[in-house]
Design a binder for this molecule. Structure first.
Ligand SMILES: *[C@@H]1O[C@H](CO)[C@@H](O)[C@H](O)[C@H]1NC(C)=O
Ligand SMILES: *[C@@H]1O[C@H](CO)[C@@H](O)[C@H](O)[C@H]1NC(C)=O
Ligand SMILES: *[C@@H]1O[C@H](CO)[C@@H](O)[C@H](O)[C@H]1NC(C)=O
Length: 216
């Protein structure tokens, strides 16, 4: 049932922001989603246990917040080409998807698409670094920071944001940051997956990106 609701919300956002791409609309919906229910309690799954990332995704959609997300993670249609090639599809297969002739000369790892979440595998002691580019759709002059208190980090994992402050001076300005996820080689992890989130904050804006780690 989330699909028809999301389609309606996407249509409202497109009417409110005619210049936003489908990726920007999706980003606005994802990064502003609520993590608790109307009583401020954890959202539960069908077993009445706190819902994990696989049940809840980015969270419970908050349409009015998504109308003013502060930052968006945009993706141009052609950026999907190196992504699809990197997933292992052939040039011909990708060509069918994007309806034009493409060559898979450039590929990116799955986690490098400019998506408002992260999914990765991490072996013991391994680290992975991704970059993301955010577009300022909030206030022209605004400074976003990441704070430890806005982060949820699973045990045995370290998350480092290399440039933890983003200073914008214009609307639609784009800034890029890098984030490294590192799994400890000493902490024993006995679960198959870990999940967490990081966020960019500026005034009342909170731009949240969840992440999921499969321990291999
Ligand atoms: C919120 O979730 C809690 C459990 O985490 C539940 O007891 C409560 O009824 C829920 N409230 C609403 C308004 O759904
Ligand atoms: C991250 O992994 C690379 C190899 O992929 C390694 O060279 C580097 O030392 C690691 N960095 C940290 C901080 O663990
Ligand atoms: C942003 O700050 C710059 C420099 O302080 C100033 O020139 C500009 O007018 C400000 N823009 C807005 C929209 O407030």
């Amino acid at each position: 049932m989330s699909c028809p609701h999301l389609v309606g919300i996407a249509a409202l956002l497109k009417a409110s922001h005619p210049d936003w791409s489908p990726a920007a609309i999706k980003s606005a919906i994802m990064t502003t989603a609520d993590q608790v229910n109307l009583s401020g309690k954890p959202i539960e799954d069908e077993r009445e246990l706190p819902a994990d990332l696989f049940a809840i995704g980015s969270g419970h959609v908050n349409p009015s917040k998504s109308n003013d997300p502060g930052l968006v993670f945009n993706i141009e249609p052609d950026e999907y080409i190196p992504y699809l090639c990197g997933l292992g599809y052939t040039s011909q297969q990708v060509g069918i998807i994007v309806s034009k002739s493409v060559s898979c000369s450039e590929t990116i790892p799955e986690g490098q698409l400019n998506y408002p979440s992260f999914a990765m595998t991490l072996a013991s002691g391994e680290n992975k670094t991704y970059s993301r580019t955010v577009t300022n759709v909030g206030e022209a002059n605004s400074t976003y920071t990441t704070r430890v208190t806005d982060m949820v980090i699973p045990d045995g994992v370290v998350v480092v944001v290399h440039n933890p402050t983003l200073v914008f001076t214009e609307m639609n300005q784009k800034l890029t940051y890098e984030v490294t996820f590192r799994r400890s080689s000493v902490v024993e992890i006995n679960v198959p997956c870990g999940e967490g989130a990081m966020a960019w904050r500026s005034g009342n804006y909170l731009v949240r990106t969840p992440f999921s780690i499969k321990y291999v």
